[in-house]
Ligand binder design. Sequence first.
Ligand code: HEM
Length: 281
Amino acid sequence: MTSIAARTSTTPPQTASQARRRPDRILSACGVLWFLTAAAGQWIFVYYVAAYYAPRLFQLGLPGLEDTILPKGFIAGDLIGNLSAAFHVLIAIFIIGGGPLQLVPPLRNRFPVLHRIIGRVYVTAAVATSLAGLYMVWTRGTPGGLIGQIAISIDGALIIAFAAIAVRFAMKRRIDKHRRWAMRLFMVVSAVWFFRIGLMFWFMTTGGIGIDAKTFEGPFLTFMYFAQMALPLAVLQAYFNAQDGKAPGAKYAAAILVLFCTGITAAGIFAAAMGMWLPRI
Ligand code: HEM
């Protein structure tokens, strides 16, 4: 009797609160699914960068960057430029490999000291490699011409700015704000990866409409140069807004958006891995 009474008196409020939390749980599950997909794709990229560049550099030194897919990876007599290029691709292994680890809550909560150490290394490396990238872009150019140079430079500036903001909030112990800026930093640091999976997704689905293969310019590429950072930041903001809001409909809409992005991300990773990264190794 007692247990029936207890059940009848507690069941309705529990069900109501569970129902209220359901949209949040679904939204969060979709976010986790996207993150796991992206982390797997980033580690495939890391594997490619390590297997493609590291052996050449360790065996041949800086001239190992000659005849790679890096445009003007090695220029005789340009020591600073060559060092920038070598540093840029080698440090990418740690940045892209370590970035996702920073966003895993159990690792962050159980090993706070490790989180701080990796965080400092990550931020320093991201800023340093962005400076090296800026040097490469403005002294050696980039395949996309001026628009590509401007877009990737904006990305470099965003990386430096977001890194500073994320660190500032961590030092002030404003952890909620630190977390969100760290996630924005992750998105702009990943822009070069988004570019590659977006490009290969486009080739796989349309055959490359809007891309001039000779000049590596065209309307789709112009779109991608900016979309590589703007789209992930916009979707992340939609996710944050839905988390903060109360309307279940908005949470479901954001969950569907994130699920849709997960599908495109997975297809782009497949296209980039099979068509670009793995064949080069
Ligand atoms: C911090 C995030 C970044 C990472 C992890 C990263 C990583 C890489 C990697 C792995 C490559 C070789 C590409 C390949 O083999 O497919 C590359 C190329 C290049 N990166 Fe970055 N990069 C980052 C940011 C930047 C920024 C901010 C700039 C310029 C401002 C830049 C400029 C370049 C240039 C010019 C190349 C050679 C041309 C090209 O492949 O587009 N990178 N980067």
